[in-house]
Ligand binder design. Structure first.
Ligand code: CA
Length: 745
């Protein structure tokens, strides 16, 4: 079908679905018709693919059949006016088609839908243009990220999506390149290296944003030791327009931006610039047409612990802040810091939404964010004034936010400088990047909330020596990772039970209108619609539609695959569709398999099938029920090592391996479970770990940090853990001992 005709049908369909009763359903301007080429020349219809100009994207709200920007519109509320699928009809919702995306790693992308085409990314930064009616791949593009680069990524080889703008598709690759592709053909137009220092472990996982002729992109890497910044590029040429550093660099060098001089005064006594400082903007960058400004959601400190990063105290600006900069120049306008002196990986990179709200009787243009630290912020976009800061998630690190000073009041009992402490939220946050949805009219925000603590302890090495040495391409957290299992075991009696919630939260009053408890914390993003529904996929593979007024589950579909990605909705030819990518992983690889009695996510019971699923009313396609995963642990050939040697391997495993393969060798089902290694894999263990035999698949060599002797100790620790879990499964042993560290003192 010609794209122009398709677009017209989409516009008609949108009208039909949107309903005639809604006052703002009338298309205005060019919003519902394909844009006319500026030159006025006759352009072939096929060249209109992805022709989203500034006017069209700024009026994205008037195209309910499309999903033109990351959060649907520049406001990023992820609330769709489509209502064909509603409380009454949702019972007839069924699978229209499913597409195998050829991956078993996490998929996190929000597809952009424009005129009948889905533009999305999958794992390893691969890009797809897919016919939104049939699932046919129109083109795909693979940036060929080197497999070994996976070691530089804290949180899986994920990507959260593309920007589509003026006939081009923009995306960032895991290894830090920004691409412009032809939206029609997928051919590369330009590529730029966004990294300031390739010796540091920078990654891109976030979706770029496009506005005002520019493409905006940040990066990740604060766990490894990098300095955060955001760059704006000319959309046409790829030329750099401006760059904004989020933290000060080496104080002996000139400041790149005037406000960094003041920011540097809030960093005291340490040598943060050698480690990096952190403050990466790895997820949320929002353009605000009302003020022509860009909001940067700034990440955590690097290392996590302020005792190492800034031993003299200080707020460490602009860590864990929302920073507003001018869209054209990148010049600083204002900031609000959610967590001064961050000590817990409390990023403020979580999705930001823009809204108009009446606050205390006054009309305000507000920014809404539920960052990791557990408080929900309502901020005046004109000047950064804090209007509300109610807790939306279970937390204990602070008692409240003092509304006079705008600062959180920390709980001194949870200072972990001397002894390890359970802190809520942990590094995965009260809410992570999984998107929330804003019902502006209903005054509620639907948030995927997490109750997931972490046992924070200051690095033992640092406590003993007062020295901290950052190492390239590995976690540099300053938090004790080697002894984390021992800390866990020693404090098991006070462990706050992990769980998740979907919460309908009132950002002005702090009230929870309703909540649904989910027996796992790591669930998917949220979509709300004018059909009165809230859609979410969960860790157990269930895609559900809840009544947005009550939280009652009105519909569910078993995808047999854990989900993280947010659902989206679009309409073509009078039919509304709901779409979601399946497959978990991301930042939760470290936590691994839940401990009994907590139930297994679908990724453990089955496999992690990366699919694109599309639903419509009356859809009757079927998903094959996958075979249950074989969890048998083979018999182990144990070497005759001392407890002290195995304990040494335990420490190394949690420094270097657990981040992907899971705490105590218990994989969450995405990355191979090392307890299940075959005889052949055991035989090649050193080749894999030291020589990089499987580097093309993402398992890089670790010979820069592990000696052959170290590899043997790690190997034997894995065997010891496998052996005891096998014995427990066979009923020969009551419970695992978990840690060898106590006996190795
Ligand atoms: Ca982080």
């Amino acid at each position: 079908m010609p794209v122009r005709m398709l677009a017209t049908l989409t516009a008609l369909a949108a009208l039909m679905i949107y309903g005639f009763g809604c006052s703002d359903s009338t298309p205005s301007g060019n919003a519902d018709s394909p844009p006319t080429p500026a030159s006025g020349t006759q352009q072939a219809e096929s060249q209109l693919v992805g022709m989203i100009d500034d006017e069209r994207i700024e009026n994205a709200a008037s195209e309910p059949g499309n999903w033109l920007a990351y959060g649907r519109t520049y406001e990023e509320q992820r609330f769709s006016p489509l209502s064909q699928i509603n409380r009454e009809t949702v019972g007839q919702l069924g699978l229209a088609w499913a597409k195998d995306m050829g991956t078993n790693r996490a998929q996190e992308a929000t597809p952009i839908v424009v005129d009948g085409i889905l533009f999305l990314t999958s794992s390893w930064s691969r890009v797809f243009a897919i016919d939104a009616l049939t699932g046919e791949t129109l083109w795909s593009f693979d940036p060929q990220v080197p497999g070994a680069y996976a070691r530089k990524a804290c949180c899986d080889v994920v990507n959260r999506g593309v920007a589509v703008y003026k006939g081009r598709v923009y995306f960032g690759s895991l290894d830090g390149r920004l691409f412009a592709l032809d939206a029609k053909t997928g051919e590369e137009i330009w590529e730029v290296d966004t990294l300031i220092d390739r010796t540091r472990a920078y990654t891109i996982t976030g979706a770029p944003r496009a506005a005002r002729g520019k493409i905006y992109i940040g990066n990740g890497g604060a766990e490894f030791g990098v300095r955060g910044y955001v760059t704006a590029y000319d959309a046409e040429t790829g030329e750099q327009a401006w760059r904004f550093f989020t933290v000060p660099g080496d104080p002996s060098l000139p400041f790149e931006q005037p406000e960094l001089e003041a920011a540097a005064k809030t960093w005291k006594g340490g040598e943060w610039w050698k480690i990096g400082g952190g403050g990466t903007v790895w997820n949320s960058i929002v353009y605000d047409p009302d003020f022509n400004q860009i909001y940067l959601g700034v990440g955590n400190g690097s290392p996590w612990t302020r005792a190492i990063r800034s031993p003299g105290g200080g707020d460490n600006l602009f860590l864990s802040s929302v920073v507003a900069v001018d869209a054209d120049t990148g010049v600083y306008k204002w900031h609000y810091q959610t967590t001064p002196g961050d000590n817990w990986d409390y990023t403020a990179v979580q999705d930001m939404a823009l809204a108009d709200m009446t606050v205390d009787g006054k009309e305000r243009k507000v920014l809404l964010q539920a960052p990791k630290n557990g408080f929900f912020y309502v901020i005046d976009r004109s000047n950064g004034e804090l209007l509300r800061a109610h807790p939306y998630a279970p937390l204990n690190w602070a008692t409240h936010v003092d509304m006079e000073t705008g600062r959180p009041v920390e709980n001194p009992e949870l200072d972990y400088a001397e002894k390890e402490k359970w802190v809520l939220p942990g590094p995965l946050g009260g809410h992570n990047w999984q998107s929330m949805s804003v019902d502006e009219e209903g005054g509620l925000v639907f948030i995927p909330v997490q109750q997931n603590s972490f046992i924070y302890g200051l690095s033992e090495e640092f406590k003993k020596t007062g020295l901290y040495k950052a190492v390239a391409d590995r976690f540099n957290l300053g938090v004790e990772m080697g002894r984390v299992v021992q800390h866990f075991v020693n404090n098991l009696d006070t462990w706050p039970a992990p769980k998740g919630f979907l919460r309908a939260f009132n950002p002005l009053t702090g009230e929870v209108a309703w909540e649904v408890e989910i027996a796992h914390y790591w669930n998917g993003g949220v979509l709300a619609t004018a059909g009165g529904l809230v859609f979410q996929g969960d860790a157990f593979g269930m895609l559900k539609a809840y009544d947005k007024e009550t939280g009652e589950a009105l519909w569910e579909f078993n995808t047999y695959t854990s989900m993280l990605a947010p659902p989206i909705t679009y309409a073509i030819d009078g039919v509304q569709y709901v779409s979601i990518l399946t497959g978990t992983g991301g930042g939760d690889l470290f936590s691994g398999a839940p401990l009994p009695p907590f139930p297994n996510p679908a990724s453990l019971d089955y496999n992690n099938y990366g699919r694109l699923l599309v639903f419509k009313l009356g859809g009757d396609a079927k998903l094959e029920v996958p075979k249950a995963r074989d969890m048998t642990i083979p018999e182990q050939e144990m070497a005759d090592l001392s407890d002290a040697q195995i304990a040494y391997g335990e420490g190394l495993f949690h420094e270097y391996c657990a981040e992907c393969h899971g705490l105590a060798t218990r994989s969450g089902g995405v990355i191979p479970d090392l307890r299940q290694m075959s005889t052949e894999t055991h035989a090649r263990f050193d080749e894999i770990v030291l020589s990089g035999l499987l580097a093309p698949k993402g398992m890089a060599a670790f010979n820069d940090v592990l000696s052959a002797q170290d590899a043997t100790f790690v190997h034997e620790y894995i065997r010891a853990r496998a052996h005891e879990d096998r014995e427990v499964a066979l009923g020969n042993q009551a419970a695992p001992r978990w840690t060898w560290m106590d006996s190795a003192e």
